[in-house]
Design a protein around this ligand. Structure first.
Ligand SMILES: [Zn+2]
Length: 431
């Protein structure tokens, strides 16, 4: 209640100031003249000058059929197609894509222009009002930089949804930027984030989607994780995310071979199992439980050294990543790779099953370092590609102002506190 009252006071105060500003302006400026409405243009044409017919390509439609339906004779269609063919292949019309006919404003309504839109931003104009010519053009694309903040209640997607933000943001944060550093299955209530990102628009109005995340800050368990996008190879256009110390956020290995899984049993050399009379049965793998048929991914690039079925392991795949590391994936329903095949990080190498000794559907993930099985969750895994020494200074210079910007974005609750604080101040002054 007190807060509301304070807010109203603040608004009234602001309102009063802006009214005063307006009256001042009125004194100085002449009375506004009648403003002609701007002509509506699209595809570089003033639409008012034509009868505009819009439709989509139907199954069985062709460039010829569409024009014929609209009273253009066959010889003329042939002539248009011939002249346009160098810039536009009329056979490439795709069912479902929109097209526009700009027609003469007379009783015949003869088409003057055919405009085809193969994508949201691209359009092809076949102009035959005077000389016949065709060209491809693009609607202007604009990128708008925005910021967002959030506090995790249960999951990141829920937090974003509540704020009306794109789910692509969650995907990018969880699967691209922080996939190697933060386990998004184990977010804590109160974890919070800030992002500076760019949305893509066509013609300033049509929202196409998230373009990229420029920088992010994620606080997990009270620990800060910064991420800044940086181009490390301008020729190949390679971009990556690095932290405030120029360390690559990617690791040579993914945190888990299965998405959205649950760890059902960790690596444990002292495991004792009741079934075996509490005898020591060390578990040298990490079990990730997931439904039957869930894809299993290679956690790093490498070459498949084994893809076979043997005893308690069931169907399994083993991958050699380099002289130091190999990984192994057991109890698959089926393998998706062959011995000798090169796989990349994230490639699907098989599917969750329960072949061999397995109480339920899971993958037993074994991590080999110098031919010994170790616990990957406790290993300090190698960084992907470190930033080159020559680029490091440039990088640090580049991120300094962005980091400052990120740091001063208030979190939601801080913002509320600030408004409450400033309204209290106003209250104090007016009393
Ligand atoms: Zn296991």
């Amino acid at each position: 209640m007190k807060f509301n009252k304070a807010l109203i006071a603040l608004l009234i105060c602001l309102g009063f100031l802006s009214c005063k500003e307006d009256t001042k302006k009125l004194d100085l400026e002449p009375i506004a003249e009648v403003i002609e409405p701007e002509p509506i243009t699209e595809f570089g044409f003033v639409l008012d000058e034509y009868i505009v017919k819009r439709d989509t390509i139907k199954a069985g439609d062709s460039f010829g059929k569409i024009l014929q339906r609209n009273n253009i004779s066959y010889p003329k269609i042939y002539q248009i197609a011939e002249k346009a063919k160098d810039s536009f292949d009329i056979r490439k019309l795709q069912t479902g894509k929109p097209y526009t006919l700009l027609c003469a404003k007379d009783s015949l309504q003869t088409p003057r222009c055919f405009i085809y839109q193969p994508s949201l931003s691209e359009y092809v104009v076949v102009n035959f009002q005077d000389s016949i010519h065709a060209y491809t053009s693009r609607k202007p694309i604009t990128y708008i930089e925005k910021t967002a903040t959030g506090v995790i209640e249960s999951s990141i997607s829920e937090t974003l949804q509540e704020k009306g933000l794109s789910p692509r943001l969650a995907f990018k944060l969880a699967d691209e930027i922080y996939a190697w550093t933060i386990d998004f299955r184990r977010l804590q209530k109160g974890d919070r984030f800030k992002v500076i990102y760019t949305d893509k628009y066509i013609n300033d109005t049509t929202y196409v989607g998230l373009h990229n995340i420029k920088a992010a800050y994620f606080e997990h368990n009270g620990e800060p994780f910064y991420a800044f996008e940086f181009e490390t190879d301008s020729i190949k256009g390679i971009r990556d995310y690095f932290n405030e110390d120029a360390k690559n956020l990617r690791r040579a290995f993914l945190k888990a071979p299965v998405q959205f899984s649950r760890i059902s049993s960790r690596y444990n050399l002292n495991r004792r199992i009741a079934y075996y009379g509490y005898k020591l049965r060390p578990h040298k793998g990490t079990d990730f439980a997931a439904p039957l048929g869930t894809p299993i991914m290679a956690t790093a690039n490498g070459t498949v050294t084994e893809s076979t079925r043997r005893g308690g392991n069931g169907k399994y795949v083993k991958i050699r990543h380099n002289a130091t590391y190999s990984t192994q994936y057991l109890h698959m329903k089926a393998q998706n790779v062959k011995k000798g095949q090169y796989v990349k990080q994230g490639d699907v190498i098989g599917w969750i099953g329960m072949t061999g000794n397995s109480g339920g559907p899971h993958v037993c993930y074994r991590f080999w370092k110098n031919d010994k099985q170790v616990d990957p969750l406790r290993e300090k895994l190698p960084e992907a590609e470190p930033i080159s020494a020559s680029l490091k200074l440039k990088y640090l210079d580049y991120i300094a102002p962005i980091k400052t910007r990120l740091d001063v974005i208030p979190m939601d609750e801080e913002l509320k506190d600030q408004i409450a604080q400033s309204s209290n101040d106003i209250n104090l002054q007016t009393q």
